[in-house]
Design a protein around this ligand. Structure first.
Ligand code: GDP
Ligand code: GDP
Length: 455
């Protein structure tokens, strides 16, 4: 029924828009200089890319949300890759491999003016092996005369080359139409195997925080059940580990154990790896070295997991090395530097001594419970009614915007839509979120709140 001036279609539309599950992932791969970044910027709109360009953070951002023809998806930008010490083939292959692993579909960009190179051929082999849907982008076709160049790329055996000028926008619409056809509605990696299978954990954190030590600790003390081999020629990527009587899947453990050290682009490589692991997981256990000052890199990893909408546990490692003074400063740092995840369960562990390992599983379970929680509409509205009565929105311009009602549109993570009589200020939204968390114990999960204003 129509409520408080909203019509039914409005309400249903808002709930559907807010309730979308995790988005499918599209990776853009290819050699350096073929135009990947230009293409990504064109797809997401240059504005967002520029906004994210904080000094020193420029190339760490690897995933963006994008939309085409009303469908939303995540875009993994591999344009930040630079040739490293291993040479161009190795670096492009490694980069592409990670991106492909995390993706539901791939746009493979080739410079049509140059034609297919040996490196391109190497990427094609990776794409074949991965078996993911591929859209071939023949870039730098700025005019009609370039179309012939594009047609040579049929020879790659990836189907129709889509002639595109990422720079001018020519052909990008047609190519994106093809992308949407190739892209599944929901990410297969996340939900395809979810039902009944083990819960998926991404163990993430910057280099040297102790990820591989922790993994070894939990895998040794408890039985390693199986090593799953993905494909025949690859390292095991996911590991099943029994903890607290439950089997968990630690995703992307090869990335932790392999410890590839590259000089150039190493941070970027780590970011891509982290993004890939987070995409595949339901819960991110973020490891932080408690003996060192919390860094921007730690915060970026936290942000990545929050933005991906995963359940989150913070594990402060190397607790065995902390003296009283460090413990004091750590608490202050957590308050200021990790305020965005003040709601995340926290464990103070030592991968070396095994301290508090047994607290990890309960924290993970708590986070997953919050992540999947659903608040019945009746209870939500009783809570909102009381909240609004006790703490009304401040009056603005003689009017008092009011939250009229709300509903939970989705879970994993929880997503809410609130319907209001006017614009709800940021501060008030934050206040509502805080109270929602308190009332319904959304521990360990990001929550999304969107507000629909009555026209
Ligand atoms: P990436 O290394 O693959 O991310 O490549 P970039 O996006 O940085 O592009 C490399 C260079 O190619 C830049 O100078 C771009 O301006 C140029 N470029 C990208 N797309 C096009 C295009 O469609 N046409 C032309 N003529 N140049 C392009
Ligand atoms: P990763 O790069 O995150 O996988 O980190 P590693 O597991 O390789 O650990 C980096 C270094 O920190 C190694 O020298 C470890 O021995 C050390 N380390 C890891 N966990 C602990 C811990 O709990 N206490 C102490 N004192 N050292 C640790």
């Amino acid at each position: 029924a129509a409520e408080e001036g909203f019509d039914v279609e409005d309400i249903e539309g808002a709930i559907e828009a807010a309730g979308h599950g995790p988005l499918p992932v599209l990776a853009v791969v290819g050699r350096p200089n073929v135009g990947k970044s230009t293409l990504v910027n064109r797809i997401i709109g240059r504005r967002e890319a520029v906004v994210e360009d904080k000094p020193g953070v420029t190339r760490d951002r690897v995933t963006y949300e994008a939309e085409w023809a009303g469908r939303r998806f995540k875009l993994v930008d591999t344009g930040g890759w630079e040739q490293d010490v291993l040479g161009i083939d190795a670096s492009v292959a490694a980069q592409a491999e990670y991106a492909i692993e995390a993706a539901d579909a791939v746009v493979f960009v080739v410079d049509a003016k140059v034609g297919a190179t040996d490196t391109d051929e190497a990427v094609v082999r990776l794409l074949r092996k991965a078996g993911k849907p591929v859209v071939l982008c023949a870039n730098k076709v700025d005019g009609m005369s370039g179309e012939a160049d594009a047609s040579y790329l049929w020879a790659l055996g990836l189907g129709e080359p889509h002639p595109v000028s990422a720079l001018h926008g020519r052909g990008t619409g047609d190519m994106l139409d093809a992308v949407l056809e190739a892209l599944p509605e929901a990410p297969a990696q996340t939900f395809g195997t979810a039902i009944g299978g083990p819960r998926r954990i991404a163990l993430i954190g910057r280099p040297n925080v102790g990820k591989s030590s922790l993994l070894n600790k939990v895998a040794n003390e408890d039985r390693v059940v199986v090593n799953e081999v993905a494909g025949t020629t690859r390292d095991p990527v996911d590991e099943l580990i029994e903890l607290g009587g439950v089997t968990w899947k630690f995703v992307d453990t090869a990335g932790i154990r392999k410890r590839v050290h590259l000089q150039q682009g190493a941070d970027y490589y780590a970011s891509l790896r982290t993004a890939a692991a987070v995409e595949k997981a339901e819960v991110a256990v973020i490891l932080i070295d408690a003996s060192e000052t919390i860094s921007i890199q730690d915060q970026r990893i936290v942000t990545m997991a929050v933005e991906a909408g995963r359940a989150i546990v913070l594990a402060f490692n190397k607790w065995d090395t902390l003296d009283e003074e460090r413990r004091y400063y750590l608490e202050r740092e957590i308050e200021t530097e990790l305020a965005q995840v003040a709601w995340a369960p926290r464990v103070n562990v030592s991968a070396r001594t095994g301290r508090h390992m047994e607290k990890l599983v309960p924290a993970i379970e708590t986070a997953l419970e919050g992540w999947e929680a659903r608040v019945p509409t009746g209870r939500l509205n009783a809570f909102l009614g009381e909240l609004v009565a006790a703490h009304p929105h401040p009056v603005r311009g003689g009017k008092q915007p009011r939250i009229l009602f709300g509903t939970q549109a989705g879970t994993k993570p929880p997503r809410f839509v609130l319907f209001s009589s006017g614009f709800i200020e940021h501060g008030y939204r934050r206040f509502v979120e805080r109270r929602l968390r308190e009332e319904f114990t959304f521990e360990g999960t990001p929550i999304h709140i969107s507000v629909r204003v009555r026209e």
